[in-house]
Design a protein around this ligand. Structure first.
Ligand code: GH3
Ligand code: MG
Ligand code: MG
Length: 372
C-alpha cells in the first residue's frame, strides 16, 4: 500500500522529531535513549500542557503550576538536546522529572488514592534512560524517598493516609519490579557489549589476511582515504620464483614461506607503517612521511633480512627466499594510484635486472622502459 503525501509528510516530521539530538547514526545505544527521551517529551507535553492550562483556567493553582512546570522542563530539555546534542543531560532531566512526579503521586495519593500505582513504571523508565549502574543507584534513592514518605512522615505531613499493609506491599512490590528491571537491563547491556565486541572482531578479521595476519586488500580500500591525504613511500614487494618453491617443496611449504616473509616485513617496519598482502606472493608496504631515500633504506634492509631467512622443510633442506622490490613516492603531485603504477614498474625493473633487488622509481626508469 503506497503512502499518501500527507502520511509521508507526517512520517518525515516524526522521523525528524524522534532523531532530535542524534549525532552518530551508528551509535545504536545512544539512538535508543534519544528516541525514548523524545518520545517521553512528546507524550509528556501532550498530557501535561493541556491539563496544566485546564487546571489554571479552573483556578487549581498548585496542580496547574506542577503540570506547567513539567511542560516547561520538557520543552527546555528538547531545545537543549537539539542545541547541545548531549543526550545524557536530557536523560537526567527526564529521569528527575519522573522521579519527582512519582514521589508527588505517592505523597498526594492522586485520584482516589491510586497514585502509587504509577510508580511501577519508574524502574523500567529509569533503567532505559540511565542504564544499569546509574539506574540502580537512582532506584535505591527512590526507594529511600518512598519509604520516607510512607513511613517517615506523620499523618499531619502526608496528604493521604494509607493502611499499614498497603504501604508494606507497595514497598515490597516496588522492590520486586526494581529487581526485575535491573536484571533485564543488566542482561541487555551485557548482550549489547558482547555484540559490539563480536562486531569489532568481525571487522578486524574481515580486514585481515587469514594466512599471514597482515592487512588484506579490503583494509587497503577502507584506509585509502587516509592514504590519499598522506605523503610517503610505497614498497611493492614480490617473492622471486615463488612458483618454483611451490612446485619443488609443495603448497604447504609455500604457505610457510609466505608467513615467514610477512613476519619479516612486520619486523622491519614501524608501527605507523602499513603492510598489506596485495596478492598471492605480493606485498604492499606504505611508509607514511618517508622520503624516497628512506624508502630505499627500508627496502634494502627488508630485502637483506628476507635473503638471510633460514626456512627449512621437514627434511632440513634450506629454502632460499628472495624478493624484488619497487619503491615509489606518494605526494600531492603523485596520487596513490599513480604511485602504485610507478612502484609496479620499478618492481618489474628489479625482476628484469636479476631479481633480489630494490629498484627506485624515477622518470629515467620509466623512459628507459619505454625505449627498450
Ligand atoms: P617471479 O619471480 O617472476 O615473481 O615469479 P613467481 O614464480 O614468483 O611468480 P608467478 O606469478 O609465476 O607465481 C606466483 C605463484 O604464487 C603462483 C601461485 O600458485 C602462488 N601462490 C599464490 N598465492 C599462494 C598462496 O596463498 N599459497 C601458496 N603456497 N602459493 C600461492
Ligand atoms: Mg607476483
Ligand atoms: Mg613472484
Amino acid at each position: 500500500m503506497s503512502d499518501t503525501i500527507d502520511t509521508l509528510y507526517f512520517k518525515d516530521k516524526l522521523f525528524h522529531f524522534m532523531h532530535n539530538g542524534v549525532v552518530d547514526k551508528s551509535d545504536t545505544e545512544a539512538i535508543r535513549r534519544i528516541y525514548l527521551i523524545n518520545m517521553f517529551t512528546f507524550v509528556g507535553l501532550f498530557f501535561t500542557l493541556p491539563l496544566g492550562i485546564n487546571a489554571f483556567c479552573n483556578a487549581m493553582f498548585p496542580l496547574a503550576i506542577a503540570l506547567l512546570l513539567i511542560s516547561f522542563v520538557l520543552i527546555i530539555t528538547f531545545i537543549l538536546l537539539k542545541i547541545t546534542k548531549n543526550y545524557k543531560h536530557a536523560s537526567y532531566a527526564i529521569s528527575a522529572l519522573f522521579f519527582f512526579l512519582m514521589a508527588y503521586l505517592v505523597y498526594t495519593g492522586g485520584v482516589d488514592h491510586t497514585g502509587p500505582l504509577w510508580i511501577y513504571s519508574l524502574p523500567m523508565i529509569i533503567m532505559f534512560l540511565l542504564g544499569f549502574k546509574r539506574g540502580l543507584t537512582i532506584m535505591f534513592l527512590f526507594l529511600i524517598v518512598l519509604t520516607t514518605i510512607l513511613f517517615g512522615l506523620d499523618s499531619q505531613h502526608i496528604a493521604v493516609e494509607y493502611s499499614y499493609s498497603f504501604k508494606v506491599r507497595i514497598i515490597l512490590s516496588f522492590i520486586a519490579i526494581m529487581f526485575l528491571a535491573s536484571v533485564y537491563e543488566f542482561i541487555r547491556e551485557k548482550t549489547y557489549h558482547d555484540m559490539l565486541n563480536l562486531k569489532k572482531i568481525l571487522e578486524n578479521t574481515s580486514k585481515q589476511d587469514p594466512l599471514t595476519g597482515l592487512y588484506n586488500r579490503r583494509a587497503y580500500k577502507e584506509n585509502i582515504q587516509s592514504l590519499h591525504n598522506s605523503q610517503g613511500t610505497i614498497l611493492m614487494c614480490d617473492i622471486d620464483h615463488f612458483k618454483k618453491i611451490n612446485d619443488y617443496f609443495g603448497h604447504y611449504i609455500g604457505d610457510m614461506v609466505l608467513i615467514q616473509v610477512a613476519k619479516c616485513i612486520q619486523e622491519n617496519i614501524r608501527s605507523e607503517d602499513l603492510a598489506i598482502r596485495w596478492g598471492g606472493e605480493e606485498f604492499l608496504i606504505f611508509l607514511p612521511d618517508s622520503s624516497l631515500d628512506n624508502g630505499y633504506i627500508v627496502s634494502e634492509k627488508l630485502r637483506k633480512s628476507i635473503e638471510n631467512l633460514s626456512i627449512r622443510n621437514s627434511d632440513g633442506i634450506l629454502i632460499k627466499v628472495t624478493i624484488s622490490i619497487g619503491v615509489s613516492l606518494v605526494n600531492h603531485t603523485t596520487p596513490l594510484s599513480t604511485a602504485l603504477r610507478h612502484a609496479d614498474k620499478a618492481m618489474y625493473i628489479a625482476k628484469n635486472s636479476g631479481r633480489n633487488k630494490t629498484s627506485v622509481y624515477s622518470k629515467d626508469i620509466f623512459h628507459k622502459e619505454f625505449i627498450s
